[in-house]
Design a protein around this ligand. Structure first.
Ligand code: GLN
Length: 480
């Protein structure tokens, strides 16, 4: 029996084929065997995991009803704080940081019975598209170890792909869940802004940051989303919108009694720069959706070409402000110095990596007097136009289908010295963050080198149910 899905774990535990403790130990054995070549984990929290597994096993032995994620081995991107467990955000500046509280999403997973195995490698402060910006070494793509897993949640995608966790959490500010999901051949979902509390997520760009799940199947992603979603009094931007039973929604057909879901296709997502094999795989996936009974409708998202510049202004501006708190006084790394201002300077200089410094400088520049109107204000206006594009499109269609990334996984080292080329890897994903709409990446094929390709779907604000339903229908059809 497979324990690579939540249902598999559930029935293995229910049938006493294994225990939560046995399963956690099995996963740790696999991590110790596989991870030295992948680099997905930064910290293992075995004590916490085995205490939780023991609780689940005692409940099972007493014949108590088990919570929905009982015994499911999960792992968390190291940008979410965990009580008593080192949390680095992939940065040297937080090297010795032990948070005193849990991120809400992490606490909700644990309350639902999940067993947290450890913390996952990522680009420093989630800034990057390849996980090569981590202060703790790059992550290797389990599908081809000479290639990047994507980023910034590269560890989260790689851990699921290598079956070192059944589900993981990542964060997505401009594509950091969907792009690595696509590169590693797993499912990754970025929910609507406000759907999942950001309490305890180390901030990169607060108006763009989202927490979301990775797993092998759409159903597992739906289960995890249902667990972590919903209003949290600790995050004033978390929305008071009811959370549907996502798993029940999956079973609804995409076409019933002549009523078909409408799938939009926008030419702006199929322009130059799109790898021909990615294009062919995504077009075939859209064809599959048509065969399932969806109606395919052309839509237009005319401001898409301005998304990357707008994103890199807004994201760096917010980052420059958020990262001001790392001053050597309150958290982590402190340099030795002879006076206070030198201590600030040397701590930040020694604690932050090169990409983080680049972004702090870019963001500070964009916000400075005399440039604010030209850059930051302009970018905010573009953001409104992009959001309106989606609003117009969603008057005509229920979901929009596109590639997740213009290419499959690139080689380690290939883009590290070319930040602009790296930024362009996000061309199809940043739009959903700017507009706050939900997006998912589902595997839709492989190129001639057997590298995974992802189909991306977008939906209206708070309509993850329809997004998951279409993704699930596609996944089922592709697997049969
Ligand atoms: N690659 C994008 C960036 O570097 C997105 C990162 C993210 O989503 N966290 O900003």
């Amino acid at each position: 029996m497979t324990t690579s899905t939540i249902d598999g774990v559930r029935s293995a535990i229910a049938s006493r084929q294994t225990t939560a403790t046995g399963l956690a130990q099995e996963f740790y054995t696999r991590i110790r065997r596989e991870d030295p070549e992948i680099g997905a984990f930064l910290t293992l929290c075995e004590e916490r995991a085995l205490a939780q597994a023991g609780r689940i096993d005692r409940m099972a032995a007493a014949g108590e009803a088990l919570p929905p994620l009982a015994g499911v081995p999960v792992a968390i991107k190291d940008v979410m704080v965990t009580r008593g467990v080192r949390t680095t955000a992939g940065s040297k500046i937080l090297d010795n940081f032990i948070p005193p509280y849990d991120c809400t999403a992490v606490a909700r997973l644990e309350a639902a019975g999940a067993v947290i195995l450890g913390k996952l490698n990522c680009d420093e402060f989630a800034m990057g598209s390849s996980t090569e910006n981590s202060a703790y070494g790059a992550v290797h793509n389990p599908r081809d170890k000479s290639r990047v897993p994507g980023g910034s949640s590269g560890g989260s995608a790689a851990a699921v792909a290598a079956e070192m966790a059944v589900a993981t959490l990542g964060s997505d500010t401009g594509g950091s869940i969907r792009q690595p999901a696509s590169f590693c051949g797993v499912v990754g979902l970025k929910p609507t802004y406000g759907r999942v509390s950001r309490y305890g997520l180390i901030a990169f760009a607060s108006s763009l940051d989202h927490i979301g799940p990775f797993a092998k199947t759409v159903k597992d992603v739906a289960l995890v989303l249902g667990t972590i979603a919903g209003r949290d009094p600790m995050d004033s931007t978390s929305a008071e919108v009811p959370v549907p039973d996502y798993v029940a929604e999956l079973e609804k057909p995409v076409r019933s009694s002549g009523e078909a879901l409408k799938v939009g296709v926008a030419k702006e997502y199929f322009g130059s720069g799109l790898d021909p094999e990615v294009r062919a795989a995504v077009e075939a996936a859209i064809q599959k959706l048509a065969e399932l009974g969806c109606e395919i409708v052309q839509v237009s998202l005319p401001h898409t070409e301005y998304a990357i510049p707008a994103y890199y202004i807004v994201a760096t501006a917010e980052a420059s402000s958020n990262l001001a708190r790392y001053d050597g006084v309150r958290y982590g790394f402190r340099a030795k110095a002879s006076n206070l201002s030198e201590m600030y300077r040397l701590s930040r200089d020694g604690g932050f990596g090169i990409e983080v410094k680049r972004r702090i400088m870019l963001g500070t520049y964009a916000l400075s007097a005399g440039y604010y109107d030209a850059y930051y204000l302009k970018a905010q206006k573009v953001r409104t136009l992009l959001t309106r594009d989606f609003d117009e499109a969603f008057k005509k269609v229920d979901v929009i289908a596109a590639p997740t990334c213009p290419t499959p996984a690139f080689r380690l080292g290939e883009k590290v010295n070319d930040p602009l080329a790296m930024y362009l890897a996000d061309i199809y994903t940043v739009t959903a963050n700017l507009a706050g709409i939900p997006g998912i990446s589902v595997p839709c094929g492989e190129n001639h080198e057997k590298l995974p390709i992802g189909l991306q779907l977008f939906a209206r604000h708070f309509d993850e149910a329809t997004l998951l339903r279409v993704a699930h229908a596609y996944e089922q059809a592709r697997n049969t």
